[in-house]
Design a protein around this ligand. Structure first.
Ligand SMILES: *[C@@H]1O[C@H](CO)[C@@H](O)[C@H](O)[C@H]1NC(C)=O
Ligand SMILES: *[C@@H]1O[C@H](CO)[C@@H](O)[C@H](O)[C@H]1NC(C)=O
Ligand SMILES: *[C@@H]1O[C@H](CO)[C@@H](O)[C@H](O)[C@H]1NC(C)=O
Ligand SMILES: *[C@@H]1O[C@H](CO)[C@@H](O)[C@H](O)[C@H]1NC(C)=O
Ligand SMILES: *[C@@H]1O[C@H](CO)[C@@H](O)[C@H](O)[C@H]1NC(C)=O
Ligand SMILES: *[C@@H]1O[C@H](CO)[C@@H](O)[C@H](O)[C@H]1NC(C)=O
Ligand SMILES: *[C@@H]1O[C@H](CO)[C@@H](O)[C@H](O)[C@H]1NC(C)=O
Ligand SMILES: *[C@@H]1O[C@H](CO)[C@@H](O)[C@H](O)[C@H]1NC(C)=O
Ligand SMILES: *[C@@H]1O[C@H](CO)[C@@H](O)[C@H](O)[C@H]1NC(C)=O
Ligand SMILES: *[C@@H]1O[C@H](CO)[C@@H](O)[C@H](O)[C@H]1NC(C)=O
Length: 369
C-alpha cells in the first residue's frame, strides 16, 4: 500500500511536469527595432535658429573612470573606429569585398578622419572636409543591383539588408560602418582635441557643418551604385512629413548623384513604400509626393517602379510589431501551419494536453480510492 502511494505520487509529479511542457506558456517579447539609429544628431532640415551651447561647467575629460552620458564625442572614438574597421575587414568580409587583396589600411583611414576634425572647430566643416577619407574608404566599391537607400525607415531597411548579406545600405559599407551611431566634434586648444562634453550639432551660420560627414557619405555612396536600386520609403509617417521629402538625405544627396552614363550607371529605381502595422496609411504608390518622385526619376531618364508593402517586408514589420491588428491573422495562420509541420495536425497540442488531463484525472482517482 505504501509502495503504491509512492508510485502514485510519482505519477502525479509526472502529470504536473507533463502539463508544464505546454509551449505557449512562454511569453517572449517582440523585437524592438526602434532603438536602432544611425546618427544621433538632428536632421539638418529640422535646423532651428537657436544654437544651444551647453554650459561648460564640466570641462573635465568624462571618458575615464565612470561613464557619463554627454552630448559630446563618443568615448573611445578612435578605438571603436579601428576595432570596427578590423572587424569589418577580417570578420565580416565577403559583403562586396570578395577580393582578398582588397584590405584597407585602418590606421590610415582613421588618421585621414582624425586629421580633418581633431583640434578643428566643428562649425568650420563643410562638404569637402571628409573627401579624402571617403575617397580612400569607398575606393573600389561598386554596388551592382544590390544597393538599398532609405528615408524614414532606418530599422526595417537595415534588417532587410541583412547587414550587407542581402542588400547593401550606406551603413553596410566600411566607410560609414566605422562611424555609424557615433558622435564627434573637434575642439581647438584642447589636450584631447575632441569635445567630449557637448557637440553643437547645429551651426547657425553654416548648415554644411552638420552635413559634412553623412551628406558626403550619402553622396559618395550614391555615386558608386549601379543597375537597379531600391529605396525603402515610409508611407505612414506620423510626423506630418511626406513619403518623399524635399530636403531628405535621399532627395538632397542621393537621387541627384546616381550615375546616368558609363558602364556603372543606375538604370532603374524601385520604390518600396511601407505601411506600418497599426498606423494609418498616409501615402501609397502613385499618390501625393510619390507622383513627384516618379516625375523626377522619369525626367532623369531612369526607369521607375513602385511597390506598396512587398511580402518580405510585411513579414519583417509584423515581426517587429506582432501584436498589431493587421498581423494577428497571419500570426494565427503561421501557428497552425507550424503545428502541422511539428505534430502533423494543428490540434496536436490540444490533443496531447487533453490526454495529459485525462491521464491525470485517472491517476488522481486511483490515489483517492
Ligand atoms: C523600443 O526602444 C525605444 C528606444 O530604445 C524605446 O524608447 C521604446 O520604449 C521601446 N519600445 C518598447 C515597446 O519597448
Ligand atoms: C584620464 O584620462 C587622462 C587623459 O587621457 C589621463 O591623463 C588620466 O591618467 C586618466 N585618468 C585615469 C584615472 O585613468
Ligand atoms: C543633450 O541634448 C539634449 C537636447 O539638447 C538635452 O535635452 C539633454 O539634456 C542633453 N544631455 C546631456 C547629458 O547634456
Ligand atoms: C583583386 O583586386 C585586384 C586589385 O584591385 C585586381 O587586380 C584583381 O584582378 C582582383 N582579383 C579578383 C579575383 O577579382
Ligand atoms: C598603414 O598606414 C599607416 C599610417 O598611414 C602607416 O604608418 C602604416 O605603415 C600602414 N600600414 C601598412 C601595412 O601599409
Ligand atoms: C571647406 O573648408 C576648407 C577648410 O576650412 C576650405 O579650404 C574650403 O574652401 C571649403 N570648401 C567649401 C566648398 O566651402
Ligand atoms: C585657440 O588659441 C588661439 C591662439 O592662442 C586663439 O587665437 C584662439 O582664439 C583659441 N581658440 C579658442 C576656441 O579658444
Ligand atoms: C514610419 O514613420 C513613423 C513615424 O513617423 C514610424 O512610427 C514608423 O515606424 C515608420 N515606419 C517604418 C516602416 O519604418
Ligand atoms: C557622364 O556624364 C558626365 C556629366 O554628366 C561626364 O562628365 C562624364 O564624362 C560622362 N561619362 C561617360 C563615361 O560618358
Ligand atoms: C519639392 O520642391 C519642388 C521645388 O524645388 C516643388 O516643386 C515640389 O512640389 C516639392 N515637392 C514636395 C514633395 O514637397
Amino acid at each position: 500500500m505504501y509502495a503504491r502511494t509512492i508510485y502514485m505520487i510519482d505519477l502525479l509529479i509526472l502529470c504536473v511536469s507533463l502539463s508544464k511542457q505546454e509551449p505557449r506558456n512562454i511569453q517572449l517579447k517582440p523585437p524592438n527595432l526602434s532603438g536602432q539609429y544611425r546618427i544621433n544628431v538632428a536632421p539638418f532640415e529640422e535646423k532651428a535658429n537657436d544654437v544651444q551651447i551647453e554650459a561648460r561647467a564640466n570641462t573635465g575629460y568624462p571618458c575615464n573612470g565612470t561613464f557619463t552620458k554627454t552630448n559630446g564625442t563618443t568615448c573611445g572614438l578612435k578605438e571603436i573606429m579601428l576595432g570596427r574597421c578590423y572587424e569589418y575587414q577580417y570578420i565580416k568580409r565577403g559583403l562586396y569585398l570578395s577580393n582578398t587583396t582588397d584590405i584597407k589600411n585602418c590606421t590610415e583611414l582613421y588618421d585621414l578622419f582624425e586629421s580633418e576634425v581633431r583640434y578643428k572647430p566643428y562649425c568650420n566643416m563643410n562638404m569637402s572636409t571628409y573627401s579624402k577619407y571617403f575617397e580612400k574608404a569607398l575606393a573600389g566599391v561598386h554596388v551592382i543591383n544590390r544597393a538599398i537607400f532609405w528615408s524614414g525607415t532606418y530599422a526595417i531597411a537595415h534588417t532587410y539588408s541583412g547587414h550587407g548579406s542581402n542588400y547593401i545600405t550606406l551603413e553596410d559599407t566600411l566607410a560609414a560602418h566605422m562611424l555609424d551611431g557615433l558622435m564627434w566634434c573637434g575642439k581647438e586648444n584642447d589636450t584631447e582635441g575632441f569635445d567630449y562634453v557637448s557637440c553643437p550639432n547645429n551651426c547657425k551660420d553654416n548648415r554644411w557643418a552638420d552635413l559634412a560627414f553623412w551628406g558626403l557619405a550619402s553622396r559618395t555612396f550614391a555615386e558608386r551604385v549601379s543597375g537597379e536600386i531600391y529605396v525603402v520609403l515610409n508611407g505612414s509617417r506620423t510626423d506630418g512629413r511626406p513619403t518623399y521629402r524635399n530636403g531628405s538625405y535621399f532627395a538632397e544627396f542621393e537621387l541627384p548623384y546616381f550615375k546616368r552614363n558609363g558602364s556603372f550607371r543606375v538604370t532603374k529605381i524601385n520604390a518600396l513604400v511601407l505601411h506600418t502595422p497599426d498606423l494609418p496609411v498616409a501615402e501609397k504608390c502613385g499618390e501625393k509626393s510619390l507622383v513627384f518622385l516618379e516625375k523626377l526619376i522619369r525626367d532623369a531618364q531612369l526607369e521607375y517602379n513602385c511597390v506598396d508593402d512587398p511580402d518580405e517586408l510585411i513579414m519583417l514589420m509584423c515581426a517587429d510589431s506582432w501584436g498589431a491588428r493587421e498581423c494577428q491573422v497571419a500570426r494565427n495562420t503561421l501557428r497552425k501551419l507550424w503545428d502541422i509541420k511539428l505534430y502533423g495536425t494543428s490540434n496536436a497540442i490540444v490533443h496531447s494536453l487533453s490526454f495529459v488531463v485525462l491521464f491525470c484525472i485517472g491517476v488522481f482517482r486511483q490515489i483517492v480510492q
